[in-house]
Design a protein around this ligand. Sequence first.
Ligand code: SAM
Length: 260
Amino acid sequence: MLSYQHLYHAGNLADVHKHALLSAALDYMTRKDKPLSYLETHAGRGLYDLAGPEALKTGEAAAGITRALAEQWFAPDHPYLRHLAEVRDRFGPAAYPGSPLIAALALRPGDAMQLAELHPAEHAALTEAIEPWTGNVHRVSGFDMAFSRTPPEPKRGLLLCDPSFEVKEDYRAIPEFLGKVARKWNVGVLMLWYPILSSGLQLDMVIRLRQAFPDALSHEVRFPPARPGHGMVGSGMFVINPPWGLADEAARLSKRFARL
Ligand code: SAM
């Protein structure tokens, strides 16, 4: 039974890292006048309330996006800030977009979106959140969805894989999973998020990914743990076929996170 709920963590420093890179990648990719597909294996609920009891309980958003806004980490025209502003205009000042909403706001008519979310409550919330846009929401394992729907139509596109890593087997299985998807869809931009843990549990997976995909963008940022003794001390994004310009955005984020 899945117990992870992103409600407690939405808008934290890992989300700032992941969502800034995702927004930048989609911004670069939508500049070309050619349709694209967006696929997401672990979509979450799409829309979060940073004034809700779950976000307030952990305080992770306060140390994340709220701090980033107060300290002006991003230029006002950065696509991440534009999508955040659009969501707050529509849903109120404490709203926060998950990756499916970021993608929905970046995509254009003619682009396609396929989202997988396995948790029943998260799936129901996502179906409601994505309703104003055109997105297909599937209650299936995201790994199965990615196999069955790649290569997608349109063939240009991006897949985000953002597991909660509740299932420790994910660390072992993901290099093989991405290898298979990359073979089926060799032009796809494949983005993986992973936690950097004080235990180093992610290390073998990252080494295997770097060996298999030497040209990928492998970007990690470090930050103080959310609570004393909390195991997550950073955030990683591994991007196969990174769009032009994404390495510059990653370098900019490195400088910003290094000041924490
Ligand atoms: N990508 C989201 C974002 O950035 O806004 C956050 C996703 S959260 C880290 C991971 C989600 O994956 C959880 O909502 C969990 O219920 C879901 N999940 C876990 N295993 C899954 C699987 N095999 N297939 C699809 N969803 C899964």
